[in-house]
Write a protein that binds this ligand. Structure first.
Ligand code: TRP
Length: 476
């Protein structure tokens, strides 16, 4: 990933070392100190991962971090089912920034994922002051139309509305029992004046992310959530709540191997043989241990140390690679016993493209971005006025060259409009050496963007009568 280092150099904003970053998913001000975000929130790097047929966003380091992506890549490699889920608020008009998530979804789809996309109408209602009707209209006329035009496969995609799928709200309610107001305050900065719908919105998103694992929506399988890094608080919350709801903890042992312990909760105390004042019902406990042994019998471990009294099973011979399959086997067992059996979601994160004026991209400031249905003349105007990394005079430019890291035309070719790596490298070389002038790189950007927008607009025309194919039954 050649591009990673160069992009880093341009976006890192030095900040105080001691104060932590807080990510606010609803703010237009986001930290772009990506390596710090990655370290502070424990995101995995993507650089050493073996990504099959990497997309342009992978090759150029724009997708820069992940959680548990290996679980998903394993499923893809072994041709096991896995799903991708993401969502967008249907507020404002869909622009280039939004299209990055759909590009990620498309890539997972090409690797065999089934696709679920949430129209976050409840969230937009709670946080953007839109009525549910406005959300619906906007979603259908703009967002879903563009999802289709951007090339999602309708056979394998299903778009739904948060407000029309009660199960996502039910999950939010059920798992809401496992968090507290203080935790929501510390993750999101909510306070006494926050409206309750806003506080509920992240729990609805937890429901969005987890419900594809329900039997009616495809059953237990890895689910990956591609998002901008501003959404990571929701991912963390979802992963924590899913893990807290699990009946079995599967951990690596210090001495090597894997341990399985019972996570005793109100809902499973009976099944796990925990009676009054913590007394262990030996018969029930023996039964649950037998079920665990049966669930992992297929792995053929010869050495299994059982301690029913303490609710602990140890498998010294199991490797970390077995951990995933053991976890799945136990989630299955949990479901048989009446639990939810939820696997924490995986995720991938993309960097934000810079706004055309040089600062943040925002749908409320049309001059900072290109909308997917912008006319060619409007796009042209924006590119011509866009922030340039060129020098003040032609002489100086020839001598010093342009700065690709801050040049909007170059950055947009890199993130959106120039899929060919060789062509992009040529442009980079010519522009940074001063051979290519600022006006010239802008013209290249305009030409590529025109092709891109025209093609998208043709696709919108040809597909607009078939949008129903993309909608789930409860969204019709
Ligand atoms: N919160 C997201 C946004 O601000 C939208 C969203 C809703 C979402 N549900 C989701 C994103 C589930 C990813 C996964 O646009």
């Amino acid at each position: 990933m050649d591009f990673e280092r160069r992009i880093d150099a341009s976006i890192v904003h030095p900040q105080g070392v001691d104060e932590g970053i807080r990510i606010d998913p609803w703010s237009s001000q986001q930290s772009t100190d990506y390596s710090r975000i990655r370290d502070q929130f424990g995101l995995g790097s993507i650089q050493d991962m073996d990504i099959p047929n990497p997309s342009m966003l992978h090759r150029r380091g724009i997708i820069f971090a992940q959680r548990d992506l290996d679980v998903v890549l394993d499923a893809a490699r072994n041709k096991n089912p896995f799903g991708v889920l993401t969502g967008l608020m249907p507020s404002g008009r869909m622009h280039l920034g939004h299209s990055m998530v759909i590009e990620q979804v498309k890539w997972f789809q090409s690797q065999g994922a089934d696709v679920t996309i949430a129209v976050a109408d409840l969230e937009a209602h709670a946080t953007r002051g839109m009525t549910l009707n406005q959300c619906r209209k906007n979603a259908l006329e703009d967002y879903v139309l563009n999802y289709a035009a951007l090339g999602l496969d309708s056979e394998k995609s299903s778009v739904y509305f948060q407000s029309s799928r009660p199960v996502v709200q039910r999950i939010g309610f059920t798992l809401g029992k496992r968090t507290t107001l203080s935790e929501m305050e510390s993750i999101y900065g909510f306070e006494g004046e926050s409206n309750l719908a806003h506080i509920q919105a992240p729990l609805v998103q937890v429901g969005d992310i987890l419900h594809p694992q329900y039997e009616e929506y495809g059953g237990l399988r890895p689910i990956v959530v591609p998002v901008g890094v501003d959404q990571d608080p929701h991912i963390r919350l979802t992963r924590d709540l899913a893990t807290r709801s699990n009946w079995f903890n599967v951990k690596s042992r210090k001495a090597g191997g894997i341990s399985i312990s019972l996570s005793i909760q109100d809902v499973n105390a009976g099944v796990f043989g925990v009676g009054e004042r913590g007394r262990v019902d030996r018969e029930a406990r023996a039964q649950i241990f037998e079920s665990i042994h049966n669930a992992i019998a297929t792995f053929g471990f010869s050495d299994i140390i059982s301690n029913p009294k303490h609710g602990l099973i140890e498998i010294p011979g199991a490797t970390n690679r077995d951990r995933g399959s053991i976890r799945i086997a136990l989630l299955r067992l949990e479901r048989e016993l009446g639990g939810l059996g939820l696997l924490p979601p995986a995720s991938t994160y993309h960097r934000f493209a810079i706004g055309m004026t040089g600062d943040k991209m925002s749908s409320s400031k049309p001059e900072t971005t290109i909308f997917l249905d912008d006319s060619i003349p409007d796009m042209e105007k924006k590119v011509k006025r866009a922030f340039s990394g060129g020098q003040a005079t032609v002489e100086e430019h020839r001598r010093l060259g342009g700065d690709c890291d801050i040049d909007v035309a170059f950055q947009y070719l890199l993130s959106f409009f120039e899929p060919n790596d060789v062509a992009l490298e040529e442009i980079r070389r010519d522009y940074s050496s001063g051979r290519m002038l600022a006006g010239e790189i802008k013209q290249i950007c305009i030409d590529r963007a025109s092709e891109w927008l025209n093609e998208l607009s043709e696709k919108r025309q040809s597909i607009k009568d078939r949008l129903n194919d993309y909608l789930a039954e409860d969204a019709q």
